[in-house]
Design a protein around this ligand. Structure first.
Ligand code: XMP
Length: 518
């Protein structure tokens, strides 16, 4: 099968600026169906060139009758391909088919109850009454001719509608959001009952597609792959190796802010295990000197991010002609940095691998994972036969321990944190909890508190420990850690790590907190 074949069974999603567009793509991928997001103004010809089996029109913040509507070619609606409109997509379908769309006053946000009126097609096997996720200002007040209502919400608003043969179906609510009951069934009904999509999109096919795309992008060029010790960048290095062999060189910049022994373990797994061409550089003194006296979290992030690229630049220069830089940027990194196409998301934190790039950077970026969520990357890693210990490793931020040491980063503080964190991780493995937790780590809080050890008064640092459950890092809940494990962690750390005399457990979810402390 070639990449072109996947499209034939897949879906084109037209993006009207919804915050959920990537989530729609992810839900489609979960059904092993290929999907591609294209800007709303893409021409019908361009869409048909890809030979998709169906179209989805995303939601978006605009009003179909407003002055600032996103670009769109109505001829797209003349295609014979089945179309699913979601939220704004529903209103667009209604508007173009001769229905009326008006402001719904307050709109509907959050949970709503809907009743199903037609349980064939889109709603087959969906419960007659269910809870869905709504987020809209406008509503359809008059159906187009020959369309009918599939479901209505408890306050009488049209929640879903279709034309006669259901080749055009639409929901006012968001089936892609996890809170929508029956959302998965609705999407499956569209993909497999209404459209003729096929479940051919697997991790193996993803790898094949990316290998082809990397070869196309890079041509005869050479690529530096930045490796950090985690699963994302290791998957990128392995992909690059598969695509272009020794024309890709993996480089691990040891900024001195990694977990204990992590640099060594990663180099071993990639070189011995997969034959990846990898070099490690100890740049820790350089990073530490730049961080001296700096306490502001955003400044620390920028310094680490910039130094990272400068080090790369220098090393690349030493290596000869390198025109590309490959990074393990994932989709959540892209949106949290507010740089996603067509979005105006606020910058929450300037993530290392996106926000920290200097303007005069001389590399072209290769970012094969930037549409994926973490769990999807792990599946790709398994397919590439990376060792399980690396695949299951909890996510680690680009700026490393630099954002887990509150205030100034010093050599001594790094050592204390590495020792303590190693004990924490060892105990999670001992108690078989590591894989139940999405991410766990320690934070050094250089605030001294009083303690007593033996008969001695102590006055040492505080250590925060955090463990969260999550599926993609965008939202998270604190992990209900068994008290026996907490006791073990606290005792062992306070007894064996000099410089820490008190351990506290973080019980903040995201939102309102973030996962990292800085
Ligand atoms: P926050 O703290 O934003 O973290 O809730 C969400 C996830 O992202 C990781 N993280 C980063 N990853 N570069 C990265 O590659 C960064 O600068 C960065 N900052 C946070 C964090 O560890 C968590 O998994």
């Amino acid at each position: 099968m070639t990449v072109d074949d996947y499209y034939k069974n897949g879906v084109v999603i037209l993006d009207f600026g919804s915050q959920y567009t990537q989530l729609i793509a992810r839900r489609v991928r979960e059904q092993k169906v290929f999907s591609e997001i294209l800007p709303s103004e893409t021409s019908l010809e361009n869409i048909l060139d890809r030979k998709p089996a169906a179209l989805i029109l995303s939601g978006g913040p605009s009003s179909v009758y407003g002055d600032e509507v996103p670009g769109f070619n109505p001829s797209v609606l003349d295609t014979e391909l089945p179309i699913l409109g979601i939220c704004y997509g529903l209103q667009l379908l209604a508007h173009h088919a001769g229905g009326s769309v008006e402001s719904a006053g307050q709109g509907e946000y959050g949970f709503a109850k809907i009743e199903v009126d037609d349980s064939t097609g889109l709603f087959s096997e969906v419960s007659g009454s269910s809870q869905v996720w709504m987020s809209h200002m406008d509503r359809v007040t008059k159906l187009p001719d020959n369309w009918h209502i599939l479901a209505h919400s408890s306050n009488g608003i049209i929640a879903a509608m279709a034309n006669e043969d259901q080749s055009r179906v639409a929901t006012q609510f968001h089936p892609e959001v996890a809170h929508t009951e029956g959302g998965e069934t609705i999407l499956r009904n569209f993909l497999f009952k209404i459209a003729d999509c096929a479940s051919t999109w697997t991790a193996g096919n993803f790898i094949q597609e990316k290998v082809e795309l990397i070869r196309k992008q890079v041509g005869d060029g050479k690529v530096l792959a930045g490796v950090s010790g985690g699963v994302d960048s290791s998957v990128v290095a392995a992909l690059l190796h598969k695509a272009i062999g020794d024309r890709s060189t993996a480089v691990l910049i040891d900024h001195g802010l990694m977990r204990k022994d992590e640099a060594k373990q990663c180099v071993k797994a990639l070189s011995d295990g997969l034959g990846v061409n990898i070099y490690a550089y100890d740049e820790s003194e350089l990073f530490l000197s730049k961080l001296e006296g700096v306490t502001d979290p955003e400044k620390k992030r920028k310094i680490i991010g910039n130094q990272f690229i400068y080090s790369f630049d220098r090393i690349a220069g030493e290596m000869g002609e390198m025109s590309f830089l490959a990074q393990g940027t994932l989709y959540p990194d892209v949106i949290e940095s507010g740089v996603s196409k067509g979005r105006t998301a606020h910058v929450i934190k300037s993530h290392h691998n996106v926000g920290g790039l200097p303007e005069d950077m001389e590399f072209e970026l290769v970012e094969p994972l930037n549409e994926l969520f973490k769990d999807e990357v792990r599946n790709v890693g398994r397919e590439l036969e990376l060792p399980e210990s690396l695949i299951e490793r909890h996510p680690f931020p680009g700026p490393g321990l630099g954002v887990r040491i509150i205030g100034e980063v010093t050599k001594e503080r790094i050592q204390i944190l590495q020792e303590a964190d190693q004990i924490y991780m060892d105990i999670l493995h001992e108690d078989n909890l590591y894989n139940e937790i999405w991410q766990a780590f320690s934070v050094l809080i250089p605030v001294q508190t009083v303690g007593v050890m033996g008969d001695q008064r102590t006055y040492e640092n505080l250590l925060g420990i955090r463990a969260v459950t999550s599926t993609d890092g965008m939202t998270a809940d604190w992990y209900r850690m068994p008290p026996e494990t907490l006791t073990k962690i606290s005792n062992r750390i306070v007894n064996s790590v000099r410089g820490i005399n008190r351990v506290v457990y973080d019980i903040t979810s995201k939102p309102p907190g973030t996962i990292e402390w800085e």
